[in-house]
Design a binder for this molecule. Structure first.
Ligand code: HEM
Length: 152
């Protein structure tokens, strides 16, 4: 086995300060948040999968009317809202950690984080708008595609 010297590690530097850089206990809370949100996501995601795919008529039943019927109920609006926000906060925080681990140049870190936070904000805003502004009975749509309560 050829001798391979240990790789040189950069001398540890003082904590970075500045734009987008957390200080104090923030990273400990971020670590804790990943565990707590992970547990909640298991309940929310498996509850979502069970109700959509197992308890009813399975995947064949999922269409526009199915979604419209679910979102007519404030419980499912709230369920989907919390699932969206938690998954996005969890996923965004996870990718933030990956960027901190792998992107070494400060400019690259900043660039990746601007793209990350920008796209996360877009998905959260659009997703939230869809949940609350969704129209289950769009005018001049074929009645057989709409939930039954639209025809009454
Ligand atoms: C089923 C529910 C989920 C559980 C139990 C869970 C749990 C976890 C835990 C404990 C971590 C931290 C790992 C570490 O620090 O080494 C983590 C990291 C991560 N999670 Fe999740 N997660 C779930 C769902 C999701 C979802 C839905 C997304 C995407 C939206 C996601 C994206 C990520 C990412 C990007 C990381 C960072 C990976 C890394 O540091 O290497 N997770 N997850």
């Amino acid at each position: 086995m050829p001798y391979r010297p240990m790789p040189e590690l950069a001398t540890p530097r003082a904590p970075q300060r500045g734009l987008l850089h957390r200080q104090g206990n923030a990273d400990m809370y971020a670590w804790l948040f990943m565990r707590v949100s992970g547990v909640l996501l298991v309940v929310l995601i498996f509850g979502h999968l069970f109700v959509n795919l197992v308890s009813g008529r399975g995947i064949q039943a999922i269409d526009f009317a199915f979604v419209a019927g679910k979102w007519a109920n404030p419980l499912w609006q709230l369920w989907d809202l919390i699932m969206l926000w938690l998954a996005m906060a969890h996923g965004t925080n996870g990718v933030r950690t990956i960027i901190n681990d792998y992107a070494e140049r400060p400019g690259a870190r900043l660039g990746f984080k601007i793209v990350l936070y920008g796209s996360a904000a877009l998905v959260v805003i659009l997703g939230t708008l869809v949940i609350f502004t969704f129209n289950p009975c769009p005018p001049s749509s074929p009645a057989d595609l709409l939930p039954s309560f639209c025809n009454g």
